[in-house]
Design a protein around this ligand. Structure first.
Ligand code: SF4
Length: 495
């Protein structure tokens, strides 16, 4: 009997897990494999190409004959960190440090897939509907992965992930959080439950798509709060209704009491709103938050009205009630007891409700990845990491994620935020520590790179990047990390 040779295992050193991988097998993160004894990154390096936007003359007084409208950027490639691979520990230089001449300036881009232990997503959900109270816990598979933040104008906000959930809880919490973040960042849907059993909401979030709240896809975000809606549409209601109520969980507006109504000489109607009066014609807390009219829990708008004042109101008075998206509306006339009775809505008011809906933008989910480029990641760029941080703050180094524009937070460190819709598909990976793997590129002048102690011996011309690559078009906004306008030196400031 011949002894079978054991397959030779190789050790992956691209993250702290340090997998032993047998020939033909893949590591724990599905990103690296043992291919005939060689450790290979399984996803192709992604290169953005085809930046063929025409640039316009910078100065309006540029003589026409000095501007031929030529394509300036041509097919210049930008090597993203997607598929570039990680280095661990990070005193090793980043996997790709590539140089190219950009309009007469020697530029270098340092490219690495960062392992982000401190990371998460901020999610903006365009809806008025109640999805949870501020600080309500967001759960996936029963595990807490984040919480509800305060609302923004027409949108609900979630903070998901972060180191507290990735590593600060149980092992399962960290694994579920990492998996949810990975899916959200790679634009896949994730179902989550917000709040406790007595007020739980089921929500499906997918970047760039409408949220699905308790099984119903959301359609529109509101045109404005109830007060703003009164201001915007007041003129259209004159002579067609005696009063209009715009039902909104935030501010419910009443035409006859609102400043817009006063200025348009709308007389008092004796209407009474059951809510907390803020300023004339503007009411808070007319109902509980919910998934009904205007983000309240009501299905019958008359529920927010008290009895009409008999000294002011009159029989036959015409009342329009409408939500902030125009999706719900009702028309009523007061009977002889001054009680609103449903009636057929006049065409002019129907058209006005339709116009409110038309002015609403489609409801979508926006997912912004947020992470901190830590001390070790920076060491892959320079032997003096704090100089990189300073260089970013000084606008000498431009940070991008998968070629997309990254907002760098003020203050210490390099904490970035980027819209995942601007990044190439499949930009994110994970390691089981658990942490997210995200692409990050640092672009700067070669001279500045030398000054901050960069790994100069590792700089290679971009033409040397060969092998299997994935070519993608620039994202819709066409952000160009190498554009001179990103850098302080191009603006005439002294470096
Ligand atoms: S988890 Fe992935 S990156 Fe980390 S050691 Fe294993 S194969 Fe390498």
């Amino acid at each position: 009997m011949t002894e079978r040779a054991k397959p030779e295992k190789i050790r992956c050193d691209a993250c702290p897990v340090m997998c032993y991988i047998a020939d033909g097998k893949i590591g724990a993160c599905d990103r690296y494999a043992n291919h005939g004894g060689d450790l290979v990154r399984l996803d192709a390096l992604t290169i953005i190409e085809g930046t063929d936007q025409k640039l316009v003359p910078f100065l309006s007084d540029t003589p026409a004959d000095e501007w031929d409208g030529n394509i300036v950027k041509g097919d210049r490639p930008f090597v993203t960190a997607v598929g570039a691979g990680t280095t661990y520990p990070d005193y090793k230089p980043a996997p790709f440090i590539v140089s190219q001449d950009i309009e007469g300036v020697d530029m270098v881009t340092v490219v690495t897939e960062g392992i982000f232990s401190y990371c998460g997503v901020k999610v903006k959900i365009d809806t008025d509907r109640h999805i949870g109270l501020e600080r309500d816990v967001v759960r996936v598979d029963g595990e807490p992965i984040g919480h509800v933040m305060t609302s923004e104008y027409g949108s609900k906000m979630l903070s998901l992930g972060g180191v507290e959930h990735l590593t600060g809880g149980t092992k399962k919490e960290g694994r579920v959080t990492c998996d949810a973040l990975l899916k959200l960042c790679n634009r896949e849907p994730v179902e989550m439950v917000i709040g406790e059993d007595d007020h739980a909401t089921t929500l499906v979030v997918e970047a760039g798509k409408a949220p699905v709240i308790n099984g119903l896809p959301e359609k529109l975000m509101r045109v404005g709060c109830g007060s703003a809606t009164i201001g915007m549409f007041a003129k259209q209601w004159l002579s067609h209704a005696d009063d209009v109520v715009v039902v909104d969980d935030h501010i419910t507006g009443v035409l006859s009491e609102h400043q817009a109504g006063k200025e348009l000489d709308v007389p008092p109607t004796g209407i009474k709103i059951l809510g907390r009066r803020s300023t004339p014609g503007r009411y808070f807390q007319v109902a509980e938050p919910g998934t009904g009219w205007g983000g309240t829990d009501i299905e019958d708008p008359l529920a927010i009205l008290g009895p009409f004042n008999p000294k002011v109101a009159w029989a036959g008075q015409r009342l329009l009630m409408v939500s902030t998206t125009g999706e719900q509306s009702g028309y009523y006339e007061l009977d002889t007891d001054l009680v609103p009775q449903p009636a057929t809505m006049p065409d002019a008011l129907r058209a006005s409700c339709d116009l409110i809906a038309e002015n609403c933008e489609p409801s979508i989910c926006s997912v912004l990845f947020m992470g901190g480029a830590g001390g070790s990641l920076r060491a892959g760029v320079t032997e003096n990491p704090v100089r990189l941080t300073r260089s970013v703050k000084d606008a000498l180094t431009h940070v991008s994620c998968g070629g997309a524009e990254a907002y760098v937070w003020p203050g210490g460190g390099i904490t970035v935020m980027v819209d995942v819709m601007d990044m190439p598909t499949g930009s994110f990976g994970y390691v089981p520590t658990p942490a997210l793997v995200a692409p990050i590129e640092f672009s700067l002048r070669v001279s500045d790179y030398a000054t901050l102690g960069g790994h100069m011996s590792e700089v290679k011309p971009v033409s040397s990047v060969t092998g299997e690559t994935r070519k993608v078009k620039p994202e819709a906004h066409g952000h160009d990390p190498m554009a001179h306008t990103n850098y302080r030196w191009a603006k005439g400031d002294k470096p």
